[in-house]
Design a protein around this ligand. Structure first.
Ligand SMILES: *[C@@H]1O[C@H](CO)[C@@H](O)[C@H](O)[C@H]1NC(C)=O
Ligand SMILES: *[C@@H]1O[C@H](CO)[C@@H](O)[C@H](O)[C@H]1NC(C)=O
Ligand SMILES: *[C@@H]1O[C@H](CO)[C@@H](O)[C@H](O)[C@H]1NC(C)=O
Ligand SMILES: *[C@@H]1O[C@H](CO)[C@@H](O)[C@H](O)[C@H]1NC(C)=O
Ligand SMILES: *[C@@H]1O[C@H](CO)[C@@H](O)[C@H](O)[C@H]1NC(C)=O
Ligand SMILES: *[C@@H]1O[C@H](CO)[C@@H](O)[C@H](O)[C@H]1NC(C)=O
Ligand SMILES: *[C@@H]1O[C@H](CO)[C@@H](O)[C@H](O)[C@H]1NC(C)=O
Ligand SMILES: [Fe+2]
Length: 428
């Protein structure tokens, strides 16, 4: 005789198992090129298989990418774990909309779509850029969702500090944050950079939850978008020296090598723009005693006493065009600067053939720490400042014209700053 209670228990067990195997936290990133998309998602239980089904144009989803999963256990007291799945969609056609869903025979995500770029010579890549966006008070998210779904961006750059923090509440905050950004990150590549809020457990959440190009656990990598070479670095190797000096030295050598490749005439002729993103700024004029009040930030001049591995000279020597930072919850744009000098006195906009990198600090997408404030006195090197919540848009028009604008969420999406960088005399 069958007991109804047992049946209910069994059904409940199967139900729970099924729910635990449902994909969540779907997001995408570039693989080895912009015609390769890496899909990442999570399940609580082990699905034994990781599959993305996708279609060209629209349905049917008649292509399949097989991936793999890894078990990720949070470092907190509850040791919460999840399977993080990865599958790579290769050899994608240019200028094509793809529809996909991710999962396994135990359950599938929603369907999402993404668009591949045209062949690179004619492509004008367009990006949204910001740092310091949390689970709570994510002020820019609504506008980023609208922009993204309207097809405004090819990719998004998140310049460090996620969720506040991904490890909080045994990783629950990270899961909720990844679900929250699925609304944008499942549609355009969500390219990342590590910040100080990712430090816990040796940056394990950041290393495990994202899949950036290269083999360096997302900590330093570069990728190309049309005429632009974008480099993401960890400024945290200069600050969390409790993990030793090896990561710093390793990154410095990696960076030197990457810049050497990128500035080789073969490459710079094709991709003249070099943009570096890192979390903590080299210069800032906020009322932040730790980072803005002294002239010798570690990332700029190197670690204390040794004064080695400072990156400003490296960037200057390789004629890096733009340095994008965050960490301060505000927006600040600098005049072209090297070692506290505005080269050639070029207090001018558009920036015409600037002789030093243009820095911007864009960390105001919103988090539970709210705004940062500025010093009363604006330094000579600071061009524009705003404490409004918001984010940056960038468009590379071509090999000579790069355009930026700053959006204010406090002012209903108004453009509160815009500028061009024009490099029409570059010698490579
Ligand atoms: C998938 O479907 C599309 C649209 O019907 C078709 O053009 C394509 O050849 C199909 N590919 C495969 C591998 O079946
Ligand atoms: C921290 O992570 C780095 C890079 O993944 C690794 O090389 C290092 O050994 C780790 N350090 C500790 C103390 O776990
Ligand atoms: C140029 O860039 C490509 C792709 O990033 C890279 O594989 C190559 O080694 C670079 N260097 C030269 C000298 O072409
Ligand atoms: C930083 O250096 C500049 C140029 O040497 C100087 O004008 C400024 O006062 C210095 N600021 C601080 C806080 O030391
Ligand atoms: C410095 O600026 C002046 C005036 O804008 C310009 O004529 C000159 O070419 C610049 N020098 C260099 C080295 O770019
Ligand atoms: C941020 O703003 C909210 C709403 O005004 C306030 O409740 C909270 O205390 C603020 N947090 C900080 C760290 O200032
Ligand atoms: C590059 O783009 C700018 C802005 O649209 C335009 O004015 C300029 O003519 C373009 N240059 C070339 C070589 O196409
Ligand atoms: Fe930060």
């Amino acid at each position: 005789m069958r007991s109804p209670l047992l049946l209910i228990l069994a059904a409940g067990y199967i139900y729970c198992k099924t729910v635990q195997l449902q994909p969540e936290q779907v997001h995408i990133s570039y693989g080895d090129s912009v015609y390769e998309i890496v899909v990442t998602w999570s399940t609580i239980g082990d699905t034994k298989e990781s599959i993305v089904e996708y279609g060209v144009g629209f349905r049917p989803l008649n292509y399949t990418a097989l991936g793999y999963s890894k078990l990720f256990t949070d470092g907190g007291t509850k040791k919460r774990s999840q399977y993080i799945h990865t599958a790579t969609l290769k050899n994608l056609k240019p200028s094509t909309v793809y529809v996909y869903h991710a999962g396994s025979r135990f359950g599938w995500s929603d369907e999402f779509l993404f668009r591949t770029p045209p062949i690179s010579e004619h492509w004008q890549p367009s990006l949204a850029i910001f740092g310091d966006m949390g689970l709570e008070n994510a002020q820019s998210l609504a506008r980023l969702q609208e922009d993204t779904h309207q097809g405004m961006y090819d990719a998004i750059l998140h310049v460090g500090d996620f969720a506040y923090d991904m490890n909080s509440h045994n990783g629950v905050v990270g899961d909720k944050f990844m679900k929250q950004i699925q609304t944008i990150a499942a549609y355009v590549p969500y390219m990342t950079c590590v910040g100080n809020h990712e430090e816990r457990y040796n940056f394990s959440h950041y290393k495990m939850r994202f899949n950036m190009p290269g083999e360096t656990e997302n900590l330093m990598f570069s990728f190309n978008m049309g005429p632009v070479h974008i480099i993401s670095i960890s400024t945290e190797v200069y600050y969390f020296l409790n993990y030793g000096i090896k990561p710093l030295v390793f990154q410095y050598q990696w960076l030197e090598n990457d810049l050497k490749e990128a500035t080789h005439p073969n490459n710079r002729t094709v991709r003249p723009w070099i943009i570096v993103m890192g979390h903590r700024p080299m210069y800032c004029s906020n009322t932040d005693p730790a980072d803005c009040s002294h002239n010798s930030t570690f990332t700029r001049v190197g670690i204390p006493f040794l004064h080695m591995f400072g990156m400003e000279k490296l960037f200057y020597d390789h004629k890096v065009d733009v340095l994008i930072w965050a960490h301060q919850h505000s927006y600040e744009r600098l005049w072209p600067i090297y070692d506290f000098k505005i080269l050639n006195g070029s207090y001018e906009q558009p920036y015409l053939n600037p002789l030093a990198p243009v820095h911007i600090i864009t960390g105001s997408a919103g988090c539970k720490e709210n705004h940062s404030h500025f010093d009363n006195d604006k330094p000579y090197w600071s061009a524009v400042r705003s404490t409004d919540y918001g984010y940056t848009r960038m468009k590379a028009y071509n090999k000579t014209h790069l355009y930026f604008e700053q959006i204010s969420d406090d002012q209903n999406g108004a453009i509160i700053d815009s500028f061009w960088i024009i490099q029409n005399k570059r010698k490579v």
